[in-house]
Design a protein around this ligand. Sequence first.
Ligand SMILES: Cc1cc2nc3c(=O)[nH]c(=O)nc-3n(C[C@H](O)[C@H](O)[C@H](O)COP(=O)(O)O)c2cc1C
Length: 348
Amino acid sequence: MSTPSNNTYPTALDASRRFAVAPMMELSDRHFRYLARLLTRHTLLYTEMLTSNAVIHGDREYLLGTGEADHPVVLQLGGSDPAQMAEAAVVGESWGYDEININVGCPSDRVKSGRFGACLMAEPATVASCVRAMQDAVSVPVSVKCRLGIDRDDSYEALELFVREVADAGCEVFIVHARKAWLDGLSPKENRTIPPLRYPYVYRLKETLPDLHITINGGVDTWDDVQTHLQYVDGVMSGRKAYYTPGFLGRADEQVFSQLPQSNACVFDAQALAQVAREYAQYVQTWVDQGVKPSALTRHIVSLYHNVPGARLWRRHLSENATRCTDVVQLVEDALQFVLPAPGAQSA
Ligand SMILES: Cc1cc2nc3c(=O)[nH]c(=O)nc-3n(C[C@H](O)[C@H](O)[C@H](O)COP(=O)(O)O)c2cc1C
């Protein structure tokens, strides 16, 4: 196997591609991204998927609003009409997104009937047309997130053909969820667990097409996993691990980005996580003061503490009290009592 060669990064975006948090509908919203940024300076963050239609016709502040500190951040679009995708990409660029990504991996029925997501793996020419139209319309990079294949069309050769055709249209960055999708018969959730992970397909893709930037995704659970993948591909993307144990992200800068300026040098222990929780609580309070429901934002820190004494009580306190709460800073301070050693307690 060849080792990816790009150890020098022309742009900050290129550097950040080594590790990314996946697009996840209803999870990777701007508030989760704010939390993630408190934990890691350089990790590349993705929005939830937005349809091109929603971006063009919807409430843009609500859908596209993103904090200054979010960057580098990628807008993921769902759609298959090249002109509409180009129009949505222009809107995304004007809202400051650093890259526009096309969703060719989502297997839900809603997505299938709208002719976007994973079913587009059977239509490389359509994806290529979208890439061409979008790339002509914006100056930020356009990338594609795809699966290994769909249904019975799941050979390595079919994957390579798909990627070659889309790359010929000008796409240089691919994120591959290393399992195929069964479009008939499996729910989106099952499609994230049942089809087996086939990492060697993704490694082979990088070996065969070394000039492309290839990020691997699916089932990454530890920093050892990340380091192993990085021997074969350019980047690693984490979805569920990053969301359901956000403390994991607290090691990203030290593990992957230590050579970059402003990396978080500290590995996040209980005290450092408490600082993150406090800062996030201040942020939440500004939204609550504008009428946003606190639980919509506090849900993202419910699993900040994981597998440590008091984590269950931390979770319960936040879950049971967030809905009625008006003082989020106090709510978080109260919950922290369950996970922080009592003042004056001696460590063994
Ligand atoms: C709740 C949820 C929502 C998701 N939404 C999207 C999405 O909007 N776009 C997308 O490309 N993938 C989506 N995915 C798939 C993830 O981006 C990722 O490919 C998948 O979870 C596998 O990575 P993991 O094993 O690290 O979680 C979603 C996954 C989850 C769990």
